[in-house]
Design a protein around this ligand. Structure first.
Ligand code: UDP
Length: 378
């Protein structure tokens, strides 16, 4: 059994864990790999919520989160600590996801030891190194070093090919977030108790239309967050809607939102939800307002219109399909677009159709098969 290639799956944040748990499960189910999970825990509580739900116990947990640590402090700690993990474990391949500091520094650490990297959710590009910041550079550096690029869409694959990435190293797999979403929907169906934490908030919504909100992006800290709060306050003055907002614990978000919205009628600020409860809230929502990347991918699959509170997006497929509209962190644009959807049933019906530009729920299986071929496994 020990001659199976050792594949180490690494991640550090909630969205990475959501998108990597299907890969861990698919590699384990495949049986041809010795699978190890190593987490940096760049986020702690939010990561642990996902690990518990996905029933994954990391083999290695670097527990690197420190409140308020700078990007350079975190980057250097990941590089040094992960170097030791590689020296001890000697994996044959490491898988990273997306565009976090964990992604880039783990990749560099592997590069220094010539350990091949597979990049899940490869090829997303905004073209602007400061938006999203620092994610655009994190993923470009990772793309330069990886020898397997799992692109979620053809657009992402084309971006890699335009950067002269070898064609035989680029694979369109779909996004593993759709695997995670479909698996969680089906778990909720089998065991509705999983999604109970959101019950009280949804009971308060009653028959009102629900606007579900998340906002956490660094580019929106400060003025952007204040604009978003002002837009939510304006929308909340309508009697026919309720807003439920699981607030990200970052003080740049939680501080502003609690101060501006803590006592506003029709707005309910709640703690971050675990994934099944968040999926349940999205399923109940009429509109989703977010600056998140992953939620832009999940919303079309659930047939939910999503207003993207960012100036640019590296996920153009939802915009092209009409399910997503870019509104920036701009108070007037957010209110105008949300009101249009709420007041015009034709506009709403046009965009509220379930479709899956980001995948069909089998991305993780494809990734396991491709890794098997690359390591010449039969
Ligand atoms: N999410 C969650 N609970 C919440 C808010 C979001 O489980 O309270 C999930 C959401 O469904 C998506 C992921 O977290 O899969 C998005 O994470 P985030 O917005 O933090 O990061 P991004 O996608 O922007 O990298």
């Amino acid at each position: 059994m020990n001659d199976r290639p050792k594949v180490m799956v690494t991640f550090g944040t909630r969205p990475e864990a959501i998108k990597m748990f299907p890969v861990v499960h698919a590699l384990r189910a495949d049986g041809r790999f010795d699978v190890k999970v190593a987490v940096t825990a760049q986020h702690r509580e939010l990561l642990d919520q996902v690990l518990a739900i996905a029933e994954i116990t990391p083999d290695i947990d670097l527990d690197l989160m420190q409140h308020g640590q700078s990007l350079d402090a975190l980057a250097s700690r990941i590089l040094l600590c992960f170097g030791q993990v590689l020296a001890d474990e000697k994996p044959d391949r490491v898988l990273v996801h997306g565009d976090t500091l964990t992604t880039m520094m783990v990749t560099l650490s592997c590069y220094f030891r010539k350990i091949p990297i597979g990049h899940v959710e490869a090829g997303l590009r905004s073209g602007d190194i400061y938006s999203p910041w620092p994610e655009e550079v994190n993923r470009r550096v990772t793309g330069t070093i990886a020898d397997l690029h799992f692109a979620p869409t053809q657009t992402a694959a084309d971006a890699l090919l335009a950067e002269n990435t070898s064609r035989e190293d680029v694979f369109v797999t779909g996004n593993t977030v759709i695997d995670a979403l479909l698996a969680t929907k089906s778990k909720l169906k089998d065991d509705p108790a999983l999604g109970h934490a959101i019950d009280t908030a949804l009971a308060d919504v009653g028959s009102k239309r629900l606007i579900a909100v998340t906002a956490h992006r660094r580019e929106n800290f400060g003025e952007g967050m204040r604009n978003i709060a002002a837009a939510l306050k304006t929308l909340a003055s309508r009697e026919d809607i309720a807003i439920v907002y699981p607030v990200h614990p970052n003080p740049n978000v939680a501080g502003v939102m609690t101060e501006q919205l803590g006592a506003v009628d029709n707005i309910r600020l709640i703690d971050p939800l675990d994934y099944p409860n968040f999926v349940r809230m999205m399923m109940r929502a009429d509109i989703i307002l977010t600056d998140s990347g992953g939620i832009q991918e999940e919303a079309p699959s659930l047939g939910k219109p999503v207003l993207v509170m960012r100036d640019t997006t590296e996920r153009p497929e939802g915009i092209a399909a009409g399910t997503a509209v870019l509104v920036g962190a701009d108070c007037d644009a957010i209110v105008e677009q949300a009101s249009r959807l709420l007041d015009d049933p034709c506009s709403y019906a046009k965009v509220a159709q379930a479709h899956n530009p980001y995948g069909d729920g089998t991305a993780a299986q494809r990734i396991a098969t491709i890794i098997g071929s690359r390591h010449r496994l039969t």
